[in-house]
Design a binder for this molecule. Structure first.
Ligand code: SF4
Length: 450
């Protein structure tokens, strides 16, 4: 049961010293209760209180980390059922499957695609995260060798080792070194040996049930044995079953604080169909409904990019628009004769507009005004992108010292404020730019200072 701020306050030393970067113990307690501060940041709280509060304030879906350094992947930490209630914390991991019975060319092709497919969108670098290595031979040496190949060809991959043989998993884990893998999958028949291996190696354990009930029984035993870091698989191998199980697991963990299901899930679209496009469609549904990791048989650009876009949409904080900093952005080396454009600081707008300017090959100054992440028209309607505020920003930005001309190009959607802006900025000529960013290259190529 989660503790209230007042219950947490009772366990704090009440020095009101501010060493936790929050001025008072009461404010700190409230933040801990809301999941916005870690109890560990108070250096004076007792170990006993730390354990009690830490346990009570931990997210109902445990946060687990797989791998290290560039390859580190985090799953879980979720606290809500619906994105708009707060936010989803950690994006669904996308994994590709390789196995010890695949030939070298096949494996290398997959790993090359994994390594090379990175996409940048609104300043975020997006890529697949994990490689699942499946043992089909029971031979520890083959597993070690394949781990070596994955580490060499895809060094940013967190690794999932899949086998029902603990010797194979142990050999694979040793070959992974510090890049600690997920060990998959403990079942009702072998969970004790798998738990011992997970504890010995310090790895996260993947637990697989024949169905949801079976999973609850096995993961419950593992929880009771003291194992903390797990990823769970309900055994569902149809879209409908996996979809339903994911929802039941999330609801049980969030609403009932049901510990055996309080872990990120792993799902296997690669075992639900032979068609790669259908795998991606299944993955897209499961990503929307709580999958912690989805395992695909392979990736191609037309499979991965849409999934990454979906991931970006679902896991962006809905209460905090993605923004860029208010500033003057020089694009492709502008000088004193280059055009000056202004727009809002909504990330998507910035990246689209700056991309079009770059594509036009017309060196330009782009002024980004802080509109609290709102898009042009929304910001204008909210009173955050009006003529008075734009004029204040232009005057303080220092752009007048960087150009000989005084001509400001405003977004086409702000055409109605042209007159007002001319009154606010009497030394500037205001030009109405295109409404759509896609028309900027043609506009800029024609542009001459007024
Ligand atoms: Fe209170 Fe601890 Fe924060 Fe000091 S560091 S204000 S004692 S919670």
């Amino acid at each position: 049961m989660a503790l209230t701020g007042i219950q947490i306050l009772k366990m704090l030393p009440k020095k009101n010293c501010g060493e936790c970067s929050i001025p008072t113990c009461l404010a700190f307690a409230m933040k801990v209760a809301a999941g916005q501060a870690e109890i560990d940041t108070c250096p004076y709280v007792s170990d006993e209180a730390k354990a009690t509060i830490g346990e009570a304030s931990a997210p109902p879906i445990r946060t687990v980390k797989i791998g290290a350094g560039d390859a580190e992947f985090t799953a879980g930490g979720e606290t809500c059922l619906f994105r708009h209630e707060k936010r989803f914390e950690h994006p669904t991991g996308i994994a590709i499957l390789v196995s010890t019975n695949e030939d070298d060319a096949e494996v290398e092709g997959k790993l090359k695609r994994f390594r090379d497919m990175e996409f940048e969108r609104v300043g975020v670098l997006m890529r697949a995260n994990l490689v699942a290595i499946k043992d089909t031979s029971g031979d520890p040496a083959k597993m070690s060798s394949l781990v070596g190949k994955v580490q060499e060809m895809a060094p940013k991959a967190a690794i999932i080792l899949m086998s029902d043989n603990t010797d194979v998993l142990k050999a694979g884990a040793e070959a992974c070194g510090d890049n600690k893998p997920l060990l998959y999958g403990a079942t009702a028949d072998n969970w004790e040996a798998f738990a011992d291996l997970a504890k010995e190696t310090g790895c996260v354990l993947g637990v697989k049930g024949a169905n949801l009930d079976d999973l609850v029984e096995v993961s419950g035993k593992l929880v009771d044995s003291g194992l903390k870091d797990m990823v769970i698989d309900t055994g569902a191998r149809t879209l409908r079953a996996a979809f339903e199980d994911n929802i039941v697991a999330r609801r049980s963990a969030i609403k009932e604080r049901f510990k055996p299901l309080g872990f990120p899930t792993i799902t296997f679209p690669c075992e639900m169909t032979d068609d790669l496009m259908m795998e991606a469609m299944i993955a897209s549904v499961l990503m929307a409904k709580y999958a912690g990791i989805i395992v695909l048989s392979d990736i191609q650009g037309d499979i991965l990019f849409p999934l990454l876009l979906e991931q970006l949409n679902i896991f962006t904080d809905p209460q905090r628009p993605m923004v860029v900093q208010e500033d003057i952005y020089p694009i492709t080396g502008p000088d004193e004769n280059s055009p000056v454009l202004i727009t809002c600081n909504f990330s998507l707008t910035y990246f689209i507009v700056s991309g079009e300017i770059e594509g036009s090959k017309v060196p330009s100054w782009l002024l980004i005004k802080d509109t609290e992440g709102l898009s042009v028209l929304t910001a204008w309607a909210a009173g955050k992108f009006g003529a008075d505020l734009i004029a204040q920003f232009v005057n303080k930005s220092g752009i007048a010292d960087k150009v000989k001309h005084h001509e400001l190009i405003i977004p086409g959607y702000l055409a109605t404020i042209k007159g007002e802006l001319e009154e606010e900025l009497p030394d500037w000529t205001i030009t109405i730019g295109p409404r759509e960013a896609g028309h900027l290259p043609a506009f800029l190529k024609e542009w001459q200072p007024a």
